[in-house]
Design a protein around this ligand. Structure first.
Ligand SMILES: [Mg+2]
Length: 240
């Protein structure tokens, strides 16, 4: 229900509040159901949008990717067959257009032909191969490759999206990666970590030393098989 106070009423209410404060009158208690500390979803959406639009998100992404770059540049020459593992979504590519169009909802299926308006199905979006580069990660990758570090992308996207994902990474500027691992069909795991950590073990079994693993979800990084981990900010969604 919308409140119908006009500007004048609001001003009068504010004045009364100020006067009340001067006179030491306590505000009347508000009756209602407490939400027990739960986040208000509307407030969270507004805060997430401001975090993105203010530029703070981009700055935080670059700060983490730069820390990873400094570590990789230092470590690359000290180990045999160094490797860098990267997640794809919100790590190497940004899906901000669909997050904004869907107002932070996750709509898996359905068309995505009304951008910038939603709704937009994520599978259709990913097959458009239009996710945009995250510049700090591309800088990290190029610095790593210049020092002989192999790049492995490990993503929870399905194997059916391999061609679109590879095309999107290429359009975004990534080149000459050594491996792109996608999830095989019909093999769900309780957590993304239960799928990604064993893949890192496979990469190690191929003779590589994973000197850094960077992702936007804790589940990208859990389970070991990397010398150091780097967590990018993502207040927009959670993948357990
Ligand atoms: Mg991700």
């Amino acid at each position: 229900m919308r409140l119908r106070f006009g500007r004048r009423s609001i001003a009068a209410a504010c004045l009364a509040g100020l006067l009340g404060g001067c006179c030491g009158v306590m505000p009347a208690p508000v009756d209602g159901a407490a939400s027990k500390g739960l986040v208000n979803v509307g407030d969270a959406r507004a805060a997430a949008t401001h975090y993105h639009d203010s530029g703070a998100y981009d700055r935080d992404l670059v700060r983490v990717a730069d820390a990873a770059r400094r570590w990789v540049e230092k470590r690359a020459g000290q180990v045999s067959h160094p490797a860098l593992v990267l997640d794809v979504d919100e790590t190497s590519l940004s899906n901000w257009p669909v997050m904004k169009a869907d107002d932070f909802a996750y709509i898996r299926s359905g068309a995505c032909d009304s951008l910038p308006a939603g709704p937009c199905g994520y599978l259709a979006w990913e097959n458009r191969a239009e996710a945009v580069v995250l510049p700090g990660t591309l800088t990290l990758v190029r610095a790593a490759q210049s020092r002989g570090v192999a790049i492995f992308f490990v993503t929870g996207r399905g194997e059916a999206e391999r061609a679109a994902t590879a095309a999107n990474l290429t359009h975004a500027g990534y080149r000459d990666w050594t491996g792109l691992y996608l999830r095989a069909p019909g093999r769900p795991t309780p957590s993304a970590a239960d799928y990604k950590a064993p893949i890192r073990a496979v990469i190690e079994a191929r003779g590589y030393t994973i000197i850094a693993n960077m992702g936007d979800q804790p589940s990208d990084l859990a389970g070991g098989h990397a010398e150091r981990t780097f967590l990018l900010p993502n207040p927009f969604y959670r993948i357990n």
